[in-house]
Design a protein around this ligand. Structure first.
Ligand SMILES: Nc1ncnc2c1ncn2[C@@H]1O[C@H](COP(=O)(O)OP(=O)(O)OP(=O)(O)O)[C@@H](O)[C@H]1O
Ligand SMILES: [Mg+2]
Length: 242
């Protein structure tokens, strides 16, 4: 089976800071891959490289068998790559529905009733339908996280990149968001999820990679990776769920 995403020896540095160091891995269609690593390890930068807002110094990125390394962010988005942002970035002065429509029209290329229907379906899936006409700026943190998911899903992604979407939530809120992400995964969307809230991640992902200083230092079955010496060393003195 052709991997939906293939990173081949990706390198990126900001001066002395290396955010991708010969980063290579594959993600298969329908898979949910978890990503952990300390603050500043290069996790968000990796998403920026995948979505095309950041260019690598060397190496390549294949999406669905095509080398997309030179593609613009817009072209990758049209091809089916969507993300949520670590810090939610809604248009605060617009309603939830209007935010969804922007993603559906600009990223998925839908128009009119087709776009509206798609947004309503996604809002139902993300449990934000009752808030459709509320201004995004007045949402709670959980609702803003759900709006991030909504905007990403309205783009009709084949590959969904989630950047610390569970951070800052209460345990009950986290569980409800995990259920929504499980449902999205079950509907066939391939997911890469960066998360510090490890128990949320472990409830969903099939495989885990660990990144430190831009380098992949471990990869494999999630529970085995969490028990590995490499992870214990990185998180020595740091609570994984902190
Ligand atoms: N555009 C940029 N220019 C210069 N340095 C940058 C840029 N983007 C990120 N960095 C630096 O690269 C390093 C990795 O940042 P990145 O945001 O990828 O880390 P992260 O693993 O997502 O961390 P966190 O867990 O805190 O979100 C950090 O030291 C950051 O300051
Ligand atoms: Mg980050």
């Amino acid at each position: 089976m052709t991997p939906i995403l293939k990173l081949k020896h990706l390198n990126k540095a900001f001066g002395a800071i290396t955010v991708a160091d010969a980063m290579s891995y594959e993600v298969h269609p329908g898979e949910a891959l978890g990503v952990i690593g300390p603050n500043g390890a290069g996790k968000t930068s990796m998403f920026n490289l995948i979505t095309g807002t950041l260019r690598s110094n060397s190496g390549s990125i294949e999406f669905d068998g095509q080398n997309v390394s030179k593609w613009s962010a817009a072209r990758r988005s049209h091809a089916g790559v969507a993300r949520s942002f670590q810090v939610p970035q809604p248009f605060s002065g617009m309603t939830v529905f209007e935010n969804a429509m922007i993603a559906a029209t600009q990223s998925a290329g839908l128009h009119g009733q087709k776009a509206e229907r798609h947004c309503l379906e996604v809002l139902e899936q993300t449990e934000l339908l009752p808030k459709a006409n509320v201004l995004a700026g007045s949402l709670t943190l959980l609702e803003r996280k759900r709006l991030e998911l909504t905007r990403a899903l309205c783009a009709k992604p084949r590959l969904l990149l989630l950047d610390e979407i569970a951070g800052g939530l209460t345990e009950a809120e986290c569980q409800s968001l995990v259920q929504t992400i499980k449902d999205i995964h079950a509907s066939g969307v391939t997911i890469i999820w960066i998360e510090h809230v490890v128990h949320a991640l472990l409830a969903v992902v099939d495989r885990l990679i660990v990144i430190d200083f831009g380098k992949k230092i471990a990869e494999g079955e999630p529970h085995a990776i969490m028990d590995s010496a490499a992870v214990k060393e990185i998180y020595l003195g740091i609570e994984a769920d902190a």
